[in-house]
Design a protein around this ligand. Structure first.
Ligand code: NAG
Ligand code: NAG
Ligand code: NAG
Ligand code: NAG
Ligand code: NAG
Length: 440
């Protein structure tokens, strides 16, 4: 017997409805968001994810150039879903730890972080204090909030997120309440790369650090546009430069021989008030031992310069700021000024602009007072650059957190390209304008 045509029509509608909503679910989240908080006492940038079974909040220090997620597994790691990475497995190879199938070190208590023998063994590193411990590769559930780029989406579950288990001692030096670090670097198991492969996102993320300890910044994983609540998106105000791969890991001695996970860029000169600063340009290139060059780091609160570059920058800056009284330096800074004669603008104190001139013709990253100056007392502000020392330098220019606050940075790992906005304050917006996505 034939169906009445009206019933057939309803069934068809139901089918269409179901398949379109299925398609919608299948396409998955477009972007994932983590709020970033600035810790006022350590100046570290922190985030929080949920991990383990049962899920608990885990507070982490963000490390832009960090290799992976690592957490303290020696104390307080309770989970029924943690699994060892396993020696000789695909995961272990992804973590570039295949050469590290070793029994765990005798100092490591048996438990999470030391489950089999041999183990997929590695060296999670606290890049703030430059200390490392041994630790096993493991995986566990994490959850992160998603967004469609406009409003808050569902909580996304990643069932087997790889991380390294470290000893409690390497947490020393991180902000209060923090039990590990979230590495966003150029490896196969960093946050952006693992999330991209688990959820079929683009290997791309945006970072916006807030300058205030009372408002949030954000990291957004996945393809843009990264929308501000205003009618603009990143495509309207980003400038691009190539990301450079440093083939030598200079951060951790035990990992020498591997490529660096850090984000290097090609700075070819520095201009202050549009005038070139005389520098030894050899130092701006990365040499075959991995020394020299320029990277961006969120674990350095302020930009660190190799001594000869530092001296040249201070000299040029001071001579351009003639009408202002220099006052005794306040550590860790070397050039401090009475703020009495320094005017204020939308982009911070009215001081000479500092441009990082990139290798691409006509491309430069301009820093205004909000990013170059640090107020240390009511009447004193300092140029927020630190002398890295001649004897101990590895990377000539390490662009620190203060210098990228209230700037939007996008990292495209497939195109190996950095997008940078310069100060968002110029456009009368701040990183906190993403708060809708990170909270609410
Ligand atoms: C995810 O969003 C919910 C609100 O929908 C919030 O309570 C929770 O803290 C967020 N999770 C993280 C890790 O930010
Ligand atoms: C980004 O903003 C520009 C200018 O407002 C607009 O023309 C463009 O369509 C936007 N792009 C996306 C992908 O929303
Ligand atoms: C420039 O720096 C390089 C690398 O440290 C050094 O070998 C060279 O002597 C320096 N040149 C000058 C003129 O100081
Ligand atoms: C790279 O630079 C460092 C620091 O100046 C130096 O010690 C090292 O010898 C250089 N390596 C090469 C291969 O030139
Ligand atoms: C008070 C005053 O004149 N301040 C100026 C000092 O010089 C800087 C840099 O040239 C100007 O931006 C200030 O306005």
């Amino acid at each position: 017997m034939a169906f009445p045509s009206s019933l057939l029509f309803s069934l068809l509608c139901l089918f269409l409805y179901t398949s379109s909503s299925l398609a919608k679910t299948k396409s998955g989240p477009k972007q994932l968001v983590l709020p970033i908080y600035k810790d006022a006492s350590t100046l570290q940038y922190l985030t929080q994810i949920k991990q383990r079974t049962p899920l608990v909040p885990v507070h982490l220090t963000i490390d832009l150039g960090g290799r992976s997620l690592w957490t303290d597994c020696e104390h307080g790691y309770i989970s029924t879903s943690i699994q060892p990475g396993g020696c000789g497995t695909t995961q272990c190879r992804l973590a570039q730890a295949s050469k590290e199938c070793e029994p765990c070190q005798p100092t490591f208590p048996v438990g999470p972080g030391c489950t089999n023998s041999p183990t997929c063994w590695r060296f999670p590193q606290n890049t703030v204090t430059r200390s490392a411990s041994g630790g096993e590769l493991a995986s566990d559930i994490i959850t992160i909030n998603s967004t469609d780029g406009k409003s808050r989406g569902d909580v996304v579950i990643v069932p087997q997120f790889l991380f390294f288990c470290g000893l409690t001692t390497i947490v020393d030096g991180l902000a209060k309440g923090v039990t590990g670090m979230a590495g966003l670097g150029r490896t196969k198991i960093s946050f952006p790369v693992q999330l991209a492969s688990a959820l079929k996102l683009k290997r791309k993320f945006a970072l916006c650090l807030s300058s205030s300890a009372t408002s949030n910044g954000v990291v957004i994983f996945g393809e843009g546009p990264y929308n501000f609540p205003t009618n603009s998106n990143d495509s309207t105000f980003l400038t691009y430069t190539s990301l450079i791969l440093n083939k030598v890991n200079t951060e951790v001695r035990v990992l020498r021989g591997e490529a660096s996970a850090e984000y290097f860029i090609g700075v070819k000169s520095i201009r202050i008030n549009n005038k070139p600063v005389k520098l030894n340009t050899t130092l701006l290139q990365i040499n075959s031992s991995g020394y020299g060059g320029t990277k961006i780091s969120t674990v350095n609160p302020y930009t660190v310069l190799e001594t000869s570059i530092y001296n040249a920058v201070i000299k040029a800056f001071v001579s351009e700021l003639k009408n202002v009284t220099r006052v005794p330096a306040v550590a860790p800074f070397g050039a401090c000024f009475s703020s009495k004669n320094i005017g204020s603008t939308r982009v911070g104190p009215a001081v000479p602009t500092i441009d990082l001139v990139m290798e691409e013709s006509g491309v430069f990253w301009r820093m205004f007072g909000a990013n170059s100056m640090v107020r240390v007392t009511k009447n004193v502000m300092c140029l927020g650059f630190v002398d890295g020392g001649e004897a101990t330098f590895i990377t000539s220019i390490v662009i620190g957190g203060h210098q990228v606050e209230e700037n939007l940075l996008t990292f495209d790992l497939d195109k190996s390209r950095l997008g940078f906005s310069s100060s968002l304050l110029l456009r009368q917006i701040t990183c906190e304008n993403y708060r809708v996505l990170a909270h609410a």
